[in-house]
Design a protein around this ligand. Structure first.
Ligand code: GLN
Length: 539
Protein backbone atom coordinates (compact mmCIF):
# COMPACT_ATOMS: atom_id res chain seq x y z
CA UNK A 1 0.00 0.00 0.00
CA UNK A 2 1.09 3.56 -0.59
CA UNK A 3 2.50 5.07 2.59
CA UNK A 4 1.97 8.66 1.74
CA UNK A 5 -1.71 8.63 0.83
CA UNK A 6 -3.86 10.73 3.13
CA UNK A 7 -7.42 9.62 3.79
CA UNK A 8 -10.16 12.18 4.22
CA UNK A 9 -13.57 11.03 5.40
CA UNK A 10 -16.72 13.04 4.88
CA UNK A 11 -19.68 12.13 7.09
CA UNK A 12 -23.03 13.84 7.41
CA UNK A 13 -25.35 14.61 10.28
CA UNK A 14 -28.75 16.15 11.13
CA UNK A 15 -30.33 15.54 7.75
CA UNK A 16 -29.75 13.86 4.43
CA UNK A 17 -29.35 15.90 1.22
CA UNK A 18 -26.98 18.46 2.75
CA UNK A 19 -24.60 18.02 -0.14
CA UNK A 20 -21.82 15.72 1.10
CA UNK A 21 -21.16 14.77 -2.52
CA UNK A 22 -20.71 18.39 -3.58
CA UNK A 23 -18.53 19.21 -0.56
CA UNK A 24 -16.37 16.14 -1.28
CA UNK A 25 -16.13 17.04 -4.97
CA UNK A 26 -15.33 20.69 -4.16
CA UNK A 27 -12.58 19.77 -1.71
CA UNK A 28 -11.23 17.29 -4.26
CA UNK A 29 -11.26 20.01 -6.91
CA UNK A 30 -9.31 22.43 -4.69
CA UNK A 31 -6.68 19.88 -3.71
CA UNK A 32 -6.31 18.87 -7.34
CA UNK A 33 -5.99 22.54 -8.31
CA UNK A 34 -3.14 22.80 -5.81
CA UNK A 35 -1.29 20.05 -7.62
CA UNK A 36 -2.30 16.93 -5.71
CA UNK A 37 -3.44 13.63 -7.19
CA UNK A 38 -6.93 13.07 -5.78
CA UNK A 39 -9.77 10.60 -6.08
CA UNK A 40 -13.13 10.37 -4.36
CA UNK A 41 -14.98 7.29 -3.19
CA UNK A 42 -18.53 6.76 -2.01
CA UNK A 43 -19.49 4.17 0.58
CA UNK A 44 -23.20 3.39 0.34
CA UNK A 45 -24.79 1.66 3.32
CA UNK A 46 -27.56 -0.15 1.42
CA UNK A 47 -27.58 -3.90 0.81
CA UNK A 48 -28.03 -3.79 -2.97
CA UNK A 49 -24.77 -4.72 -4.68
CA UNK A 50 -25.11 -1.60 -6.83
CA UNK A 51 -27.78 0.97 -7.70
CA UNK A 52 -28.31 -0.67 -11.11
CA UNK A 53 -31.34 -2.48 -9.75
CA UNK A 54 -32.74 0.55 -7.93
CA UNK A 55 -35.70 2.42 -9.30
CA UNK A 56 -34.67 6.04 -10.03
CA UNK A 57 -37.50 7.05 -7.66
CA UNK A 58 -35.47 5.48 -4.88
CA UNK A 59 -32.05 6.80 -5.61
CA UNK A 60 -31.96 9.11 -8.64
CA UNK A 61 -29.86 8.36 -11.69
CA UNK A 62 -27.53 5.41 -11.93
CA UNK A 63 -24.11 6.65 -13.10
CA UNK A 64 -21.94 4.38 -15.25
CA UNK A 65 -18.13 4.46 -15.13
CA UNK A 66 -15.62 3.63 -17.88
CA UNK A 67 -15.10 0.14 -16.47
CA UNK A 68 -18.83 -0.50 -16.58
CA UNK A 69 -19.76 -0.15 -12.91
CA UNK A 70 -23.30 0.98 -12.19
CA UNK A 71 -22.80 3.50 -9.41
CA UNK A 72 -24.26 6.21 -7.23
CA UNK A 73 -24.95 9.54 -8.91
CA UNK A 74 -22.41 11.27 -6.65
CA UNK A 75 -19.69 9.66 -8.78
CA UNK A 76 -21.02 11.77 -11.61
CA UNK A 77 -20.31 14.89 -9.54
CA UNK A 78 -16.80 13.63 -8.75
CA UNK A 79 -16.06 13.10 -12.44
CA UNK A 80 -17.62 16.38 -13.55
CA UNK A 81 -15.78 18.43 -10.93
CA UNK A 82 -12.38 16.73 -11.12
CA UNK A 83 -12.40 15.74 -14.79
CA UNK A 84 -11.17 12.27 -13.79
CA UNK A 85 -12.42 8.75 -14.42
CA UNK A 86 -13.72 6.83 -11.45
CA UNK A 87 -14.23 3.06 -11.37
CA UNK A 88 -15.99 0.24 -9.55
CA UNK A 89 -13.51 0.69 -6.69
CA UNK A 90 -14.90 4.21 -6.14
CA UNK A 91 -18.33 2.98 -5.10
CA UNK A 92 -18.62 0.37 -2.38
CA UNK A 93 -21.94 -0.80 -0.95
CA UNK A 94 -22.79 -2.89 2.07
CA UNK A 95 -23.93 -5.50 -0.45
CA UNK A 96 -20.44 -5.69 -1.98
CA UNK A 97 -18.78 -5.86 1.46
CA UNK A 98 -21.01 -8.65 2.79
CA UNK A 99 -20.93 -10.63 -0.45
CA UNK A 100 -17.16 -10.63 -0.41
CA UNK A 101 -16.93 -11.59 3.29
CA UNK A 102 -19.48 -14.38 2.87
CA UNK A 103 -17.66 -15.71 -0.20
CA UNK A 104 -14.39 -15.75 1.75
CA UNK A 105 -16.13 -17.56 4.61
CA UNK A 106 -17.46 -20.21 2.21
CA UNK A 107 -13.96 -20.72 0.85
CA UNK A 108 -12.74 -21.32 4.37
CA UNK A 109 -10.50 -18.27 4.39
CA UNK A 110 -11.33 -17.36 7.99
CA UNK A 111 -9.85 -20.61 9.26
CA UNK A 112 -12.61 -21.55 11.64
CA UNK A 113 -13.08 -18.11 13.18
CA UNK A 114 -16.50 -16.72 14.02
CA UNK A 115 -17.10 -14.18 11.26
CA UNK A 116 -18.27 -10.90 12.80
CA UNK A 117 -19.02 -7.27 11.96
CA UNK A 118 -15.88 -6.35 13.90
CA UNK A 119 -13.27 -7.19 12.73
CA UNK A 120 -14.27 -8.97 9.50
CA UNK A 121 -16.74 -6.53 7.98
CA UNK A 122 -14.76 -3.50 9.15
CA UNK A 123 -11.52 -5.05 7.83
CA UNK A 124 -13.15 -5.56 4.45
CA UNK A 125 -14.28 -1.90 4.45
CA UNK A 126 -10.79 -0.68 5.35
CA UNK A 127 -9.27 -2.95 2.71
CA UNK A 128 -11.56 -1.48 0.02
CA UNK A 129 -10.66 2.06 1.01
CA UNK A 130 -6.91 1.39 0.94
CA UNK A 131 -7.16 -0.63 -2.26
CA UNK A 132 -8.27 2.49 -4.08
CA UNK A 133 -5.21 4.41 -2.85
CA UNK A 134 -3.01 1.60 -4.04
CA UNK A 135 -4.45 1.73 -7.55
CA UNK A 136 -2.76 4.96 -8.58
CA UNK A 137 -0.73 6.16 -5.63
CA UNK A 138 -3.09 8.99 -4.85
CA UNK A 139 -2.03 11.83 -2.54
CA UNK A 140 -5.58 12.01 -1.22
CA UNK A 141 -8.45 9.57 -1.16
CA UNK A 142 -11.62 11.35 -0.12
CA UNK A 143 -14.21 8.88 1.15
CA UNK A 144 -17.81 10.02 1.46
CA UNK A 145 -19.85 7.87 3.81
CA UNK A 146 -23.48 7.77 2.67
CA UNK A 147 -26.39 8.28 5.07
CA UNK A 148 -26.44 10.21 8.32
CA UNK A 149 -24.50 9.48 11.54
CA UNK A 150 -26.64 7.52 13.92
CA UNK A 151 -28.17 5.37 11.17
CA UNK A 152 -27.95 1.71 12.13
CA UNK A 153 -26.73 0.71 8.69
CA UNK A 154 -23.81 3.13 8.54
CA UNK A 155 -22.35 2.02 11.90
CA UNK A 156 -19.75 -0.40 10.44
CA UNK A 157 -18.44 2.39 8.19
CA UNK A 158 -18.12 4.84 11.08
CA UNK A 159 -16.36 2.10 13.05
CA UNK A 160 -13.93 1.54 10.15
CA UNK A 161 -13.27 5.28 10.18
CA UNK A 162 -12.62 5.20 13.93
CA UNK A 163 -10.13 2.37 13.52
CA UNK A 164 -8.34 4.03 10.62
CA UNK A 165 -7.95 7.28 12.55
CA UNK A 166 -6.56 5.37 15.52
CA UNK A 167 -4.15 3.41 13.32
CA UNK A 168 -3.05 6.23 11.03
CA UNK A 169 -3.02 9.43 13.09
CA UNK A 170 -2.78 12.51 10.91
CA UNK A 171 -2.83 10.42 7.74
CA UNK A 172 -6.55 10.19 8.24
CA UNK A 173 -8.85 13.12 8.83
CA UNK A 174 -12.53 13.48 9.49
CA UNK A 175 -14.85 16.15 8.11
CA UNK A 176 -18.41 16.27 9.38
CA UNK A 177 -21.13 18.09 7.45
CA UNK A 178 -24.12 19.32 9.44
CA UNK A 179 -27.03 21.70 9.15
CA UNK A 180 -27.30 25.00 11.00
CA UNK A 181 -30.97 25.83 10.52
CA UNK A 182 -32.41 29.33 10.58
CA UNK A 183 -35.52 29.61 12.71
CA UNK A 184 -37.50 32.47 11.24
CA UNK A 185 -39.73 32.79 14.31
CA UNK A 186 -36.71 33.23 16.57
CA UNK A 187 -34.77 35.16 13.92
CA UNK A 188 -31.72 33.02 14.73
CA UNK A 189 -29.41 30.35 13.41
CA UNK A 190 -29.45 27.32 15.70
CA UNK A 191 -26.38 25.27 16.59
CA UNK A 192 -28.04 22.58 18.72
CA UNK A 193 -28.62 20.09 15.86
CA UNK A 194 -24.89 20.36 15.04
CA UNK A 195 -23.93 19.80 18.67
CA UNK A 196 -26.11 16.69 18.81
CA UNK A 197 -24.83 15.36 15.54
CA UNK A 198 -21.21 15.76 16.59
CA UNK A 199 -22.03 14.06 19.90
CA UNK A 200 -23.43 11.10 18.02
CA UNK A 201 -20.21 10.88 16.05
CA UNK A 202 -18.12 11.20 19.24
CA UNK A 203 -20.15 8.41 20.87
CA UNK A 204 -18.98 6.20 18.01
CA UNK A 205 -15.42 7.21 18.90
CA UNK A 206 -14.81 9.70 16.11
CA UNK A 207 -13.77 13.29 16.80
CA UNK A 208 -14.23 15.43 13.68
CA UNK A 209 -11.29 17.62 12.67
CA UNK A 210 -13.43 19.97 10.60
CA UNK A 211 -17.13 20.75 10.81
CA UNK A 212 -18.77 22.08 7.65
CA UNK A 213 -22.04 23.84 8.38
CA UNK A 214 -24.68 24.01 5.70
CA UNK A 215 -26.71 27.16 6.20
CA UNK A 216 -28.99 29.58 4.43
CA UNK A 217 -27.61 32.64 6.28
CA UNK A 218 -24.03 33.66 6.98
CA UNK A 219 -22.58 32.17 10.15
CA UNK A 220 -21.07 34.78 12.48
CA UNK A 221 -17.75 34.41 14.30
CA UNK A 222 -19.75 34.09 17.53
CA UNK A 223 -21.61 31.07 16.16
CA UNK A 224 -18.40 29.52 14.88
CA UNK A 225 -16.88 29.99 18.34
CA UNK A 226 -19.90 28.41 19.96
CA UNK A 227 -19.81 25.34 17.70
CA UNK A 228 -16.03 25.10 18.21
CA UNK A 229 -16.40 25.19 22.01
CA UNK A 230 -19.13 22.53 22.12
CA UNK A 231 -17.55 20.24 19.56
CA UNK A 232 -13.80 20.26 20.41
CA UNK A 233 -12.62 21.86 17.19
CA UNK A 234 -10.78 25.11 16.43
CA UNK A 235 -13.04 28.02 15.36
CA UNK A 236 -11.19 28.17 12.03
CA UNK A 237 -12.19 24.56 11.46
CA UNK A 238 -15.86 25.47 11.60
CA UNK A 239 -16.51 26.09 7.92
CA UNK A 240 -19.54 27.84 6.54
CA UNK A 241 -21.25 26.24 3.55
CA UNK A 242 -23.89 28.72 2.53
CA UNK A 243 -26.63 27.84 0.02
CA UNK A 244 -25.27 28.59 -3.44
CA UNK A 245 -26.98 29.56 -6.70
CA UNK A 246 -25.24 26.71 -8.47
CA UNK A 247 -23.30 23.69 -7.22
CA UNK A 248 -20.38 24.97 -9.31
CA UNK A 249 -20.00 27.92 -6.89
CA UNK A 250 -19.15 25.60 -4.01
CA UNK A 251 -15.42 25.03 -4.74
CA UNK A 252 -14.85 28.80 -4.69
CA UNK A 253 -16.92 29.21 -1.53
CA UNK A 254 -14.83 26.48 0.11
CA UNK A 255 -11.65 28.17 -1.08
CA UNK A 256 -12.79 31.37 0.62
CA UNK A 257 -13.40 29.43 3.82
CA UNK A 258 -9.93 27.78 3.56
CA UNK A 259 -11.32 24.25 3.67
CA UNK A 260 -8.44 22.97 1.54
CA UNK A 261 -5.78 24.81 3.56
CA UNK A 262 -7.18 23.46 6.82
CA UNK A 263 -7.10 19.93 5.40
CA UNK A 264 -3.45 20.41 4.41
CA UNK A 265 -2.55 21.91 7.79
CA UNK A 266 -4.23 19.11 9.75
CA UNK A 267 -2.65 16.42 7.63
CA UNK A 268 0.77 18.07 7.85
CA UNK A 269 1.22 18.52 4.12
CA UNK A 270 2.96 21.63 2.87
CA UNK A 271 0.88 23.64 0.45
CA UNK A 272 2.37 23.16 -3.03
CA UNK A 273 1.02 26.23 -4.76
CA UNK A 274 -1.90 28.57 -5.19
CA UNK A 275 -4.84 26.73 -6.77
CA UNK A 276 -5.01 26.77 -10.53
CA UNK A 277 -8.71 27.32 -11.08
CA UNK A 278 -8.76 29.85 -13.89
CA UNK A 279 -10.69 27.55 -16.21
CA UNK A 280 -13.25 26.92 -13.50
CA UNK A 281 -13.70 30.66 -12.93
CA UNK A 282 -14.06 31.24 -16.67
CA UNK A 283 -16.74 28.56 -16.77
CA UNK A 284 -18.58 30.16 -13.83
CA UNK A 285 -18.40 33.61 -15.39
CA UNK A 286 -19.90 32.36 -18.65
CA UNK A 287 -22.50 30.32 -16.77
CA UNK A 288 -23.65 33.43 -14.94
CA UNK A 289 -23.55 35.80 -17.92
CA UNK A 290 -25.33 34.02 -20.76
CA UNK A 291 -25.94 36.05 -23.91
CA UNK A 292 -28.92 34.06 -25.10
CA UNK A 293 -31.22 31.26 -24.05
CA UNK A 294 -32.89 28.17 -25.49
CA UNK A 295 -35.56 25.81 -24.25
CA UNK A 296 -35.14 22.07 -24.48
CA UNK A 297 -37.98 19.59 -24.01
CA UNK A 298 -36.69 16.62 -22.01
CA UNK A 299 -39.09 13.78 -22.64
CA UNK A 300 -38.92 10.94 -20.16
CA UNK A 301 -40.91 9.08 -17.59
CA UNK A 302 -39.43 10.45 -14.37
CA UNK A 303 -40.37 14.08 -14.82
CA UNK A 304 -41.21 14.94 -11.20
CA UNK A 305 -37.92 13.61 -9.94
CA UNK A 306 -35.06 16.12 -9.86
CA UNK A 307 -32.21 13.64 -9.85
CA UNK A 308 -33.50 11.10 -12.37
CA UNK A 309 -31.68 12.62 -15.36
CA UNK A 310 -28.89 14.30 -13.39
CA UNK A 311 -26.03 13.81 -15.85
CA UNK A 312 -28.14 15.00 -18.79
CA UNK A 313 -29.14 18.18 -16.97
CA UNK A 314 -25.52 18.86 -15.96
CA UNK A 315 -24.34 18.20 -19.54
CA UNK A 316 -26.78 20.89 -20.70
CA UNK A 317 -25.22 23.31 -18.21
CA UNK A 318 -21.71 22.55 -19.51
CA UNK A 319 -22.71 22.75 -23.18
CA UNK A 320 -24.84 25.86 -22.64
CA UNK A 321 -21.90 27.60 -21.01
CA UNK A 322 -19.62 26.86 -23.97
CA UNK A 323 -22.28 28.41 -26.20
CA UNK A 324 -22.78 31.33 -23.77
CA UNK A 325 -26.38 30.28 -23.67
CA UNK A 326 -28.75 29.56 -20.80
CA UNK A 327 -30.45 26.22 -21.31
CA UNK A 328 -33.95 26.00 -19.89
CA UNK A 329 -35.06 22.42 -19.58
CA UNK A 330 -38.78 21.64 -19.61
CA UNK A 331 -39.50 18.13 -18.42
CA UNK A 332 -42.32 16.56 -20.35
CA UNK A 333 -43.93 13.35 -19.18
CA UNK A 334 -43.81 10.90 -22.08
CA UNK A 335 -47.12 9.43 -20.96
CA UNK A 336 -48.87 12.75 -21.64
CA UNK A 337 -47.75 12.94 -25.26
CA UNK A 338 -50.14 11.70 -27.92
CA UNK A 339 -51.31 12.83 -31.37
CA UNK A 340 -53.66 15.42 -29.92
CA UNK A 341 -51.33 16.85 -27.25
CA UNK A 342 -47.96 16.78 -28.97
CA UNK A 343 -48.16 20.13 -30.74
CA UNK A 344 -49.25 21.98 -27.62
CA UNK A 345 -46.71 20.23 -25.37
CA UNK A 346 -43.82 21.01 -27.70
CA UNK A 347 -44.88 24.51 -28.69
CA UNK A 348 -42.27 26.34 -26.60
CA UNK A 349 -39.26 24.13 -27.19
CA UNK A 350 -36.34 24.78 -29.52
CA UNK A 351 -35.13 21.17 -29.44
CA UNK A 352 -36.13 17.84 -27.97
CA UNK A 353 -34.17 15.22 -26.07
CA UNK A 354 -35.77 11.81 -25.60
CA UNK A 355 -34.34 10.23 -22.47
CA UNK A 356 -32.90 6.78 -21.78
CA UNK A 357 -35.04 4.27 -19.94
CA UNK A 358 -36.32 0.76 -19.45
CA UNK A 359 -39.73 -0.78 -19.92
CA UNK A 360 -42.95 0.08 -21.67
CA UNK A 361 -44.29 3.06 -19.74
CA UNK A 362 -44.26 6.21 -21.88
CA UNK A 363 -42.88 4.49 -24.98
CA UNK A 364 -45.68 5.49 -27.35
CA UNK A 365 -45.45 9.12 -26.18
CA UNK A 366 -41.74 9.12 -26.94
CA UNK A 367 -42.39 7.72 -30.42
CA UNK A 368 -45.12 10.31 -31.07
CA UNK A 369 -42.79 13.17 -30.04
CA UNK A 370 -40.10 11.87 -32.36
CA UNK A 371 -42.51 11.72 -35.30
CA UNK A 372 -43.41 15.35 -34.60
CA UNK A 373 -39.83 16.63 -34.40
CA UNK A 374 -38.78 14.60 -37.43
CA UNK A 375 -41.61 15.98 -39.56
CA UNK A 376 -41.29 19.52 -38.25
CA UNK A 377 -37.49 19.59 -38.52
CA UNK A 378 -36.98 20.38 -34.84
CA UNK A 379 -33.51 19.41 -33.53
CA UNK A 380 -33.61 16.01 -31.83
CA UNK A 381 -31.25 14.02 -29.68
CA UNK A 382 -32.25 10.50 -28.63
CA UNK A 383 -30.16 8.80 -25.97
CA UNK A 384 -30.18 4.99 -25.64
CA UNK A 385 -33.90 4.15 -25.39
CA UNK A 386 -34.44 7.55 -27.06
CA UNK A 387 -32.35 6.40 -30.03
CA UNK A 388 -34.18 3.07 -30.11
CA UNK A 389 -37.52 4.93 -30.22
CA UNK A 390 -36.24 7.00 -33.15
CA UNK A 391 -35.47 3.78 -35.01
CA UNK A 392 -38.91 2.35 -34.18
CA UNK A 393 -40.64 5.57 -35.27
CA UNK A 394 -38.77 5.62 -38.58
CA UNK A 395 -39.59 1.96 -39.19
CA UNK A 396 -43.29 2.46 -38.55
CA UNK A 397 -43.87 5.79 -40.27
CA UNK A 398 -41.29 5.95 -43.06
CA UNK A 399 -40.61 2.31 -43.89
CA UNK A 400 -44.23 1.36 -43.15
CA UNK A 401 -43.18 -1.57 -41.01
CA UNK A 402 -46.49 -1.97 -39.22
CA UNK A 403 -46.18 -2.19 -35.42
CA UNK A 404 -42.40 -2.34 -35.62
CA UNK A 405 -40.96 -2.45 -32.11
CA UNK A 406 -38.15 -3.35 -29.78
CA UNK A 407 -38.33 -6.92 -28.51
CA UNK A 408 -37.88 -5.46 -25.03
CA UNK A 409 -41.46 -4.17 -25.29
CA UNK A 410 -43.04 -6.54 -27.80
CA UNK A 411 -41.15 -9.83 -28.16
CA UNK A 412 -43.61 -10.97 -30.84
CA UNK A 413 -43.41 -7.99 -33.19
CA UNK A 414 -43.21 -8.79 -36.90
CA UNK A 415 -40.50 -6.14 -37.28
CA UNK A 416 -38.03 -6.39 -34.39
CA UNK A 417 -35.97 -3.36 -35.47
CA UNK A 418 -34.42 -3.25 -32.00
CA UNK A 419 -33.45 -6.65 -30.69
CA UNK A 420 -31.24 -8.41 -28.20
CA UNK A 421 -27.90 -9.64 -29.51
CA UNK A 422 -27.35 -13.39 -29.67
CA UNK A 423 -24.27 -13.26 -27.44
CA UNK A 424 -26.09 -11.16 -24.79
CA UNK A 425 -28.84 -13.76 -24.43
CA UNK A 426 -26.65 -16.31 -22.72
CA UNK A 427 -25.62 -14.08 -19.84
CA UNK A 428 -27.78 -14.11 -16.71
CA UNK A 429 -28.00 -12.22 -13.42
CA UNK A 430 -28.87 -8.56 -12.94
CA UNK A 431 -26.43 -6.20 -14.59
CA UNK A 432 -24.79 -9.15 -16.32
CA UNK A 433 -27.00 -9.10 -19.39
CA UNK A 434 -26.17 -5.51 -20.13
CA UNK A 435 -23.57 -3.92 -22.29
CA UNK A 436 -21.93 -1.70 -19.69
CA UNK A 437 -19.08 0.80 -19.72
CA UNK A 438 -16.81 2.21 -22.42
CA UNK A 439 -16.72 0.75 -25.93
CA UNK A 440 -14.99 2.09 -29.03
CA UNK A 441 -17.10 3.79 -31.66
CA UNK A 442 -16.00 4.52 -35.19
CA UNK A 443 -17.41 7.67 -36.68
CA UNK A 444 -18.29 7.50 -40.37
CA UNK A 445 -16.83 10.30 -42.51
CA UNK A 446 -19.08 12.84 -44.25
CA UNK A 447 -21.78 12.61 -41.62
CA UNK A 448 -23.18 15.00 -39.04
CA UNK A 449 -21.58 12.77 -36.38
CA UNK A 450 -18.19 13.35 -37.98
CA UNK A 451 -18.81 17.10 -38.00
CA UNK A 452 -19.56 16.83 -34.29
CA UNK A 453 -16.68 14.60 -33.21
CA UNK A 454 -14.14 15.66 -35.80
CA UNK A 455 -12.40 12.32 -35.41
CA UNK A 456 -12.95 8.79 -36.67
CA UNK A 457 -12.32 7.01 -33.39
CA UNK A 458 -13.88 7.67 -30.02
CA UNK A 459 -15.17 5.72 -27.03
CA UNK A 460 -18.47 6.14 -25.27
CA UNK A 461 -20.18 4.55 -22.26
CA UNK A 462 -23.08 2.15 -22.56
CA UNK A 463 -25.86 0.75 -20.41
CA UNK A 464 -28.38 -1.31 -22.34
CA UNK A 465 -29.38 -4.78 -23.47
CA UNK A 466 -30.95 -4.14 -26.85
CA UNK A 467 -29.39 -3.03 -30.15
CA UNK A 468 -30.23 -1.86 -33.64
CA UNK A 469 -31.14 -4.97 -35.66
CA UNK A 470 -28.73 -5.11 -38.61
CA UNK A 471 -31.17 -7.26 -40.57
CA UNK A 472 -32.97 -4.04 -41.51
CA UNK A 473 -29.93 -1.82 -42.02
CA UNK A 474 -30.22 -1.55 -45.81
CA UNK A 475 -33.91 -0.58 -45.61
CA UNK A 476 -33.08 2.25 -43.20
CA UNK A 477 -30.15 3.49 -45.24
CA UNK A 478 -32.17 3.59 -48.46
CA UNK A 479 -34.92 5.59 -46.76
CA UNK A 480 -32.50 8.15 -45.30
CA UNK A 481 -31.70 7.04 -41.75
CA UNK A 482 -28.00 6.29 -41.79
CA UNK A 483 -25.64 4.70 -39.31
CA UNK A 484 -22.92 7.25 -38.60
CA UNK A 485 -21.25 5.56 -35.63
CA UNK A 486 -20.34 1.87 -35.63
CA UNK A 487 -18.72 -0.53 -33.22
CA UNK A 488 -16.58 -2.33 -35.79
CA UNK A 489 -15.61 -5.24 -33.61
CA UNK A 490 -19.16 -6.41 -32.94
CA UNK A 491 -20.72 -4.70 -35.94
CA UNK A 492 -23.18 -2.68 -33.87
CA UNK A 493 -24.89 0.55 -34.85
CA UNK A 494 -23.99 3.19 -32.24
CA UNK A 495 -25.24 6.39 -33.89
CA UNK A 496 -28.06 7.00 -36.35
CA UNK A 497 -28.86 10.24 -38.08
CA UNK A 498 -31.28 11.54 -40.69
CA UNK A 499 -30.10 12.84 -44.01
CA UNK A 500 -32.94 15.28 -44.61
CA UNK A 501 -33.14 16.96 -41.28
CA UNK A 502 -31.19 19.88 -39.80
CA UNK A 503 -30.18 17.98 -36.64
CA UNK A 504 -31.55 14.54 -35.84
CA UNK A 505 -29.21 12.23 -33.93
CA UNK A 506 -29.79 9.05 -31.96
CA UNK A 507 -26.99 7.58 -29.86
CA UNK A 508 -27.04 4.10 -28.41
CA UNK A 509 -24.57 5.21 -25.73
CA UNK A 510 -24.71 7.84 -22.99
CA UNK A 511 -22.69 10.95 -23.85
CA UNK A 512 -23.96 12.56 -20.63
CA UNK A 513 -21.68 10.34 -18.54
CA UNK A 514 -18.60 11.89 -20.11
CA UNK A 515 -19.39 15.60 -19.99
CA UNK A 516 -17.37 17.53 -17.39
CA UNK A 517 -16.99 21.20 -16.44
CA UNK A 518 -13.73 21.64 -18.35
CA UNK A 519 -14.57 19.09 -21.01
CA UNK A 520 -18.10 19.56 -22.27
CA UNK A 521 -19.31 16.81 -24.60
CA UNK A 522 -19.33 17.62 -28.36
CA UNK A 523 -22.75 15.99 -28.90
CA UNK A 524 -24.32 18.29 -26.32
CA UNK A 525 -22.38 21.36 -27.51
CA UNK A 526 -23.65 20.79 -31.04
CA UNK A 527 -27.16 19.98 -29.94
CA UNK A 528 -27.40 23.32 -28.11
CA UNK A 529 -25.95 25.06 -31.16
CA UNK A 530 -28.72 23.48 -33.26
CA UNK A 531 -31.32 24.64 -30.72
CA UNK A 532 -29.96 28.20 -30.92
CA UNK A 533 -30.28 28.10 -34.73
CA UNK A 534 -33.80 26.73 -34.46
CA UNK A 535 -34.78 29.56 -32.11
CA UNK A 536 -33.36 32.15 -34.51
CA UNK A 537 -35.35 30.59 -37.37
CA UNK A 538 -38.57 30.97 -35.40
CA UNK A 539 -38.09 34.73 -35.05
N1 GLN B 1 -34.09 -0.40 -22.35
C1 GLN B 1 -33.15 -0.24 -23.40
C2 GLN B 1 -32.15 -1.40 -23.46
O1 GLN B 1 -31.99 -2.11 -22.51
C3 GLN B 1 -32.43 1.09 -23.29
C4 GLN B 1 -31.64 1.26 -22.04
C5 GLN B 1 -31.27 2.70 -21.75
O2 GLN B 1 -31.90 3.62 -22.26
N2 GLN B 1 -30.30 2.90 -20.88
O3 GLN B 1 -31.51 -1.61 -24.46
Amino acid sequence: MSTKTKYIFVTGGVSSSLGKGIISASLGKLLQARGFNVTIQKLDPYINIDPGTLNPYEHGECFVTEDGAETDLDLGHYERFLNIHTSQANNITTGIIYKSVIEKERKGEYLGQTVQVIPHITDEIKYRIKLLAHKQNFDFVITEIGGTVGDIESLPYIEALRQMRWEMGDDCISIHLTLVPYLAAAGELKTKPTQHSVKTLQEAGVQPDIIVCRTEKHISEAIKNKIARFCNVKAKDVIESIDAKTIYDVPLLMLKEHLDLEVLRISNIPCKREPDIEKWKEFLFKLKHPKKSVTIGLIGKYTELKDAYKSIVESFIHAGTINECKVNVIRISAEKVNDTTVKELLKDVDAVLVAPGFGERGIEGKITSIKYVRENKIPFLGICLGMQCAVIEFARNVLNFENAHSTEINPKTKFPVIDIMENQKKISGMGGTMRLGAYPCNIVKNTKAFEIYNTQATTERHRHRFEFNNKYLEDFKKAGMIPSGINNKDNLVEIVELKNHPWFIGVQFHPEYKSTVVNSHPVFINFIRAAIKQKELKK
